[in-house]
Write a protein that binds this ligand. Sequence first.
Ligand SMILES: [Zn+2]
Length: 563
Amino acid sequence: MKYHDMHYERIDVSEKRKIMQTWVDEFSKTDQFEEQIKILKDVDQLSREYQTYESIADLNFSRNINDQKAKEEKEYYDQISPDMQEIFNKLDKAINSSPFKEKLTKKWGKTFIEKIELDLKIFDPSIKDLLNKETDLCNEYTKLTAGAKIDFEGKSYNLAGLGPFHSNQDRETRKKSYQARFKWFEHNSNDLDLIYDKLVKVRHQIATTLGYDNFIELGYYRMGRSDYGPKEVSNFRKQIVDHVVPIVGEIQKKKKDILGLDALYFYDGINFKDGDPTPKGTPEELVKKAQEMYHELSSETGEFFDMMVNEDLMDLVNRDGKRPGGFCTSFPKYDRPYIFSNFNGTDHDITVLTHEAGHAFQCYSSRHQPLVSYLWPTMEAAEIHSMSMEFFTWPWMDKFFKEETERFKYKHISGSLSFLPYGACVDHFQHWVYENVNATPKERNQKWLELESKYLPNRDYDELDFPKSGGIWQGQLHIYQMPFYYIDYTLAQTCAFQFWAKSEENREEAWEDYLRLCKAGGSLSFTKLVDLAKLKSPFDDGCLESVVKNVKNWLESIDVQKL
Ligand SMILES: [Zn+2]
């Protein structure tokens, strides 16, 4: 079966509501444990269908935001989402008060009940309209940013299409391309401020309606975080400031020397004088090479990637009307994942083939988990699979980068480390925003600049006025659409670096640990998955410090002038 052969339909909400009510009644009435299990399995099946159709609707729209029919289908699923939440919420309540709660925990593990408890904390029928409002605002952001038409050197580009110019080897081109990008943002900044302001306020209202002081606690629950809170995250951010920010400063200094510049500006995002490494080959050739790579990596990845290719489960290349960015989604009814990205000729294209494939491989590997809610782990755990896959595929990078392989590796690892402070900055910013709901757009920008000076002290925007005014965060989709989904990347990177070090020492063992982690899917919480994979928890004292020491040693062992 190929992607296009998958069945799609609109779920009939009132029909599902009736079915669910019958199940809830039967579930609450029966004194037979087996009967309850049977009902929960039926619900699981319904959930798989619903999630599959919703994913298809969302994906088709992402593939072409100008397709009116696709837009209508996505809007339909957006609009029924709170209704469906309400329908599942009824069953959650019944399970939570079931006398068999303990027996259910024994059968499916503690995570099963924990997830239900979290679901109950994030939803109440009274917030349905507010949820719809929130979704509409998120969609406004997509519409605005995906529709960007930026004139640059006589041609029109969308934001992703402009990307390659940002890492052009010619400094003037880089600077001008950023000026073009930020001119667009400046032109739209009022609208972007307005959307965000409304989003923050509606989220705050949702939180207070549910009985929380502000959105932060709710935001953590929405992310499914059951084993840590803002305190642990704040402590982790502090470790980044203490142990990573100084090393990033050194990397920057080194970069200045490599590039032979007297000052390093924001637009000097490249790593080498004659430009960053680029993948060699057409998109089709790159996919072919990736297929060979995954065959050599392991039998599991070989089988998996063949399936992705043969069943048309990837849409990789940038084109007009395509939503920016990359992601992995899934169709649980068919046990299949899907990779979406915007290849644009940069080394990032390869990172997509490894990063998103890591997500997809995990999702496919956990298809035998008994419940659809165990298919995906929480995001900070999910990013371990993707970021670690970026490292597990290192031995094959010469297939893509030829003579530029060492350059790619240097860029990859120094970039991954340099990302940590930025990730922490985005996270810190959001905590402040939701604690200060009534801050003005200007105050938000000022706060951003203040945080930048703490986490990214070496950033210099030169003459780029828009980011100088503190507005650069408006380009960060997560801040708008996925609140608090960001520190996840830094937590996961801390774990992925451990896999990297492990695989250098003992590849087989590292791969076994990784595979075990992938198969576990979302059946455990973050810190338990970390244990299962025999990794150190990023929250443990000294973890980050020892992890970055390894990275630092590796970076210092490279003679960058010879790259
Ligand atoms: Zn990811």
